[in-house]
Design a protein around this ligand. Structure first.
Ligand SMILES: C[S@@+](CC[C@H](N)C(=O)[O-])C[C@H]1O[C@@H](n2cnc3c(N)ncnc32)[C@H](O)[C@@H]1O
Length: 440
């Protein structure tokens, strides 16, 4: 017999159905996570409230088995669990690092330790941690050239710069790597390869927490603020939460406290910083939906295409913008064109007879209705040009999705980024249209 379930039951069911979207599949019983917990326990970390789980949308993360209130600690990881340059210096690598001239960077020291320990395999003291690290990363340094070509220009340039600096790090490490030959039976060149460094570099870049260490003479002068934090580094990012995170010198633990509340069995998030999607993609290899920090950058060459060569003051205007920092970081946002972009355009749109007013323009004043109209017209043209470019890229992505096997994840990520850009640009275009109507 089917019994009517009653109102309370229906409400409870509705709540559960709603929540199941956010709920993850518990993975804590899998051997590698059991080993990790055992290893952490030996190093003084015991926690029963967080469990490894797989969540739709964000992938692997941590779920809480009790509700968390704002202000409560999420996790406190003892110093003995952290992998820092201090640990590296105390290891078998310490003497090699101290002897190296010129000194290597703290980043290279940490990367080398990860590469060697990964190669060591079964014998590594860090094996339980290494076993749960991703085998590969989704950051652009791992991308194929064809996917890279679909990124918006300013991001493509930054991704290219990142690849170049990683290649330079690899070349500059050559003599340090060969000094380590005595640690291995196999040729060191086959162990400490570019691919191994790329993996280690992404591990450090996507997973370390900020923990400033004193400057050490055996390292070059780059900032040393890295700590790899096993288990804690399974926490995913959300723009919607706020946390306090720092190493507590009294408890000797790296502690994270939430300023948001989490329900039981929900994923616990932290915030990696107020990053836009371009930064998230570049540094962490993912894109966050509905990211309030997102803007679309306007490449300088697109801006310049809209300044006529017949404008006799063109060069003077450009050098004024450059000197005053108005030529870069110009953006469209969900709330319209940025103030900086409008100032730059107002100056570029000044007629010859108005040019003496340039100082007023640079402090954000509007000088005439004519100038205002022209500014909004050019801003709309640039916005439409970027909308068209974005739509062309989205179309290309949808063709490639069926053609280019193996690139689905990379293409899906560029697609999310481009779709987010499109909605920002469309919103900016609508705002510009209403501003234009208001000046008529
Ligand atoms: C510190 S780790 C977090 C744990 C990670 N998900 C894992 O399985 O090891 C950072 C990485 O997690 C992923 N990530 C973090 N937050 C995410 C989110 N909101 N959506 C999708 N991926 C996310 C990205 O790949 C990022 O580089």
């Amino acid at each position: 017999m089917i019994r009517s379930r009653g109102r309370t039951c229906r409400i409870r069911r509705r709540k559960l159905v709603g929540r199941s979207v956010a709920c993850g599949v518990n993975q804590s019983h899998e051997p590698e996570y059991i080993q990790l917990r055992k290893w952490l326990k030996q190093r003084g970390f015991e926690d029963t409230n967080l469990q490894t789980a797989f969540f739709p949308g964000t992938g692997r993360g941590l779920m809480t088995t009790k509700s968390l209130q704002a202000g409560e600690p999420i996790i406190a990881l003892p110093e003995r669990c952290l992998l820092t340059t201090g640990v590296v210096l105390e290891s078998y690598l310490g003497d090699y690092i101290r002897k190296c001239k010129p000194p290597i960077s703290p980043l290279l020291a940490l990367c080398t330790f990860l590469m060697v320990e990964r190669y060591t395999g079964e014998e590594s003291q860090w094996k339980p941690y290494l076993d749960v690290l991703p085998k590969s990363y989704t950051c652009p340094v791992f991308w194929e050239d064809c996917t890279m070509s679909l990124l918006p220009e300013p991001l493509r340039e930054k991704a290219q710069e990142q690849i170049t600096s990683l290649q330079e790090l690899y070349s500059s490490a050559a003599s340090f790597f060969s000094s380590l030959q005595s640690l291995f039976q196999e040729n060191v060149e086959n162990i400490l390869t570019y691919e191994a460094l790329r993996w280690a570099w992404c591990t450090v870049n996507t997973r370390t927490v900020y923990m400033k260490h004193p400057q050490r003479h055996c390292f070059s002068r780059e900032l040393d603020a890295y700590a790899l934090a096993p288990f804690l580094d399974l926490l995913n990012h959300s723009t919607k939460v706020q946390v306090e995170a720092a190493f507590n010198p009294e408890s000797k633990c790296y502690e994270i406290r939430t300023r948001s509340s989490h329900r039981r069995y929900e994923q616990v998030f932290i915030c990696y910083g107020p990053h836009d999607n371009q930064r998230l993609l570049l540094e962490y290899g993912f894109v966050a939906g509905q990211n309030p920090h997102c803007t679309v950058c306007i490449p300088t060459d697109i801006l310049l295409q809209h300044v006529p060569n017949t404008d006799k003051q063109k060069n003077k205007k450009l050098s004024l913008l450059k000197e005053n920092g108005f030529l870069y970081n110009l953006t469209f946002g969900l709330d319209g064109p940025s103030w900086k972009f409008l100032v730059a355009l107002r100056l570029l749109c000044l007629g010859a007879e108005e040019f003496t007013c340039w100082k007023k323009v640079l402090i954000g004043e509007s000088v005439s209705n004519k100038n205002e109209k022209k500014t909004l017209e050019v801003a709309t043209k640039i916005c439409i040009q970027l909308i068209e470019e974005t739509c062309t890229a989205i179309e290309k992505i949808s063709h490639w999705k069926s053609d280019k096997l193996g690139l689905e994840d990379q293409l899906a990520m560029v697609e999310s980024l481009r779709l987010e850009d499109l909605s920002i640009l469309q919103s900016s275009r609508d705002i510009l249209e209403s501003l234009k109507d208001a000046t008529d």
